[in-house]
Design a protein around this ligand. Structure first.
Ligand code: ADP
Ligand code: ADP
Ligand code: ZN
Length: 216
């Protein structure tokens, strides 16, 4: 199964990604996670990416596209993969398409999680993430059993530096201007599945599995 997860910041991509990669047994490729790892490790890429991420802007394509195609070229992606947060604009999508064509890979589906702008800020600002395993919680909508502690691994929960009201609002605007055009782009390729993201986490997952089918 070769999938792209599309949707505005706070739509629930990361949350659903965990269940999808487990069910279909495919690697989860999140450009946001790759950048955050580089920031944590203090690499050159991390330093450059941080300047843009802190402002809620997209990291330039030249720092982004090669990362993804290198990752897709690895052995564990032969039978499938899930891209989360990539592509983020039409030029990234075109770059990806030409890479996939050259390497004879076909995407199965683009899962587009739809959520109203009005509830995205609340979702992103209340988001908490586990430092150790990356599991995602929400202080109100999906709280951990114990405050500040991960249910999965007992790791410490933290709030992302860019999950402030101001930066989230900027990221939503960037989504509307640069990323949303991809919905038409993939609709015209006939591979989009639009999912109502304003339902319980469990129901959203059910709808995604219905759209993808149970075949691996
Ligand atoms: P994205 O990766 O698209 O930015 P996340 O998966 O990190 O989004 O979810 C954003 C926040 O919203 C998290 O705190 C998460 O726990 C919460 N969330 C995810 N799905 C739902 C849902 N269906 N209903 C309510 N809150 C949700
Ligand atoms: P969210 O899940 O809330 O949408 P991500 O973790 O996907 O956030 O992305 C966080 C930030 O990382 C983005 O605001 C952007 O600065 C950068 N980023 C992630 N993916 C890309 C990409 N494909 N192109 C450019 N910048 C990206
Ligand atoms: Zn954890």
């Amino acid at each position: 199964m070769k999938i792209i997860l599309l949707g505005p910041p706070g739509a629930g991509k990361g949350t659903q990604a965990a269940g999808i990669v487990e069910k279909y047994n495919i690697p989860h490729i999140s450009t946001g996670d790759i950048f955050r790892k580089n920031i944590k490790e203090g690499t050159e890429l991390g330093k450059k990416a941080k300047e843009y991420m802190d402002k809620g802007l997209l990291v330039p394509d030249e720092l982004t596209v090669g990362l993804v195609t290198d990752r897709i070229s690895q052995d564990d992606c032969k039978n499938g993969f899930m891209l989360d947060g990539f592509p983020r604009n039409v030029s990234q999508a075109k770059y990806l398409d030409s890479f996939l064509q050259k390497t004879n890979i076909a995407l199965d589906k683009v899962v587009n999680i739809e959520v109203d702008k009005s509830i995205l800020v609340e979702r992103a600002v209340g988001r908490r993430i586990c430092k150790s395993c990356g599991a995602t919680f929400h202080i109100e909508f999906n709280p951990p059993k114990e405050n500040g502690v991960c249910d999965v691994c007992s790791g410490e929960l933290y709030q992302r530096a860019d999950d402030t009201e101001e930066t989230v609002s900027k990221r939503i605007q960037v989504y509307l201007d640069e990323t949303k055009p991809l919905v038409n782009y993939y609709t015209s390729q006939g591979i989009i599945a639009n999912i109502n993201g304003q339902q319980s986490i469990e129901k959203v997952f059910e709808d995604i599995v219905d759209a993808l089918g149970s075949e691996k």
